[in-house]
Design a protein around this ligand. Structure first.
Ligand SMILES: C[S@@+](CC[C@H](N)C(=O)[O-])C[C@H]1O[C@@H](n2cnc3c(N)ncnc32)[C@H](O)[C@@H]1O
Length: 296
């Protein structure tokens, strides 16, 4: 049964059986040294805007003790051939890579994926920091990987080289293999999927990750799911999932997002996505709500 749990992610991880996970995506607080609040935008112009979302204590370059302990569970939790993508930025990624080399073995490092985007301000005294870094490791063994292609638009037709070229409203394009530098736009203020939760990642990013690294039915876990992007995409793609966050707002936003998917399910049917399954919600931080509650 797919599960959304309000709890400390590390406590949930410690309670899971050995080798129980096929894939983990982690997008923890980056160490920005501030408390993040909800953003204005589509679907979030009213009472939600400006609400406290989550604390993000500063860092001296080291991953937080919580993240360090959580990563320490990965060799035990991932099945052999299972994999993790850890999503960080310039603040701690260098130290996290050394840590993962130690935990999972440098020989099991697969990619450093650069997610490049254009958003935010332009500093005057250094180059604008416009990418996040995603570290992709396997837990030894044979990992699953689905090679992907993406459209590359051409300035002009070059058919003389013999590679097939196609045309749509954006112009002429070819397909090329997806490499480790990804251009995916940040969610705009009026993006349909935008919830207003800070640091919400685009579904296009998680869709790429999950399609490339997992199969239908694989169990995907996210121990700091925020607005629920991993759960929503895993659910749409027919992956089994376990999603955890300790913040009530993250859980409210994720539940609203998953329940809206359930309402739209008849309309999604037949569009190539997997049938939506029911999921279970559990609140481990509110004893009065503790017994798992079945949701549609
Ligand atoms: C960067 S956000 C995740 C954003 C998410 N990927 C999305 O697309 O919305 C980091 C999340 O980690 C959660 N978090 C921080 N410490 C946690 C802990 N000890 N246990 C569970 N979740 C935690 C925060 O509440 C926050 O929602």
């Amino acid at each position: 049964m797919d599960r959304l749990i309000r709890a400390d992610g590390l406590e949930v991880a410690r309670g899971l059986p050995d080798g129980s996970l096929d894939f983990v995506y982690l997008d923890p607080p980056f160490g920005a040294g501030r408390t993040h609040a909800t953003l204005r935008g589509r679907g979030n112009r009213g009472a939600l805007a400006g609400r406290r979302a989550y604390a993000d204590p500063g860092t001296d370059g080291a991953p937080s003790p919580w993240l360090t302990a959580l990563l320490g569970e990965m060799p035990r939790l991932l099945r052999p051939g299972g994999a993790i993508i850890l999503h960080l930025d310039w603040r701690t990624v260098h130290r996290a890579k050394v840590l993962l080399d130690d935990l999972l073995g440098a020989e099991n490092f697969l990619n450093e994926i650069i997610w490049h985007y254009a958003t935010g301000g332009i500093p005057g005294r250094w180059f604008a920091r416009k990418h996040d870094t995603l570290l992709y490791y396997r837990n030894g063994g044979e990992h699953h990987f689905e090679r992907m292609t993406i459209k590359k638009y051409l300035a002009h037709r070059m058919s003389r080289r013999g590679l097939p070229e196609y045309r749509d409203e954006g112009g002429w394009y070819r397909y090329r293999s997806l490499d480790d530098v990804w251009e995916i736009p940040w969610l705009t203020q009026d993006a349909k999927e935008r919830t207003g939760y800070p640091s919400q990642k685009p579904e296009a990013l998680l869709e790429r990750i999950l399609r490339a690294t997992t199969r239908v039915g694989d169990l995907v876990a996210d121990f700091c799911v925020g607005s629920g992007t991993t759960a929503a995409v895993a659910r749409r793609l027919g992956r089994a999932w376990l999603a955890v966050d300790r913040e009530p707002l993250a859980i409210d936003v994720t539940r609203a997002r998953l329940d809206a998917m359930t309402m739209r399910a008849p309309m999604l049917a037949g569009l190539g996505d997997e049938p939506l399954r029911a999921y279970q919600f559990e609140d481990r931080l509110e004893p009065s709500l503790a017994p798992g509650k079945e949701l549609p």
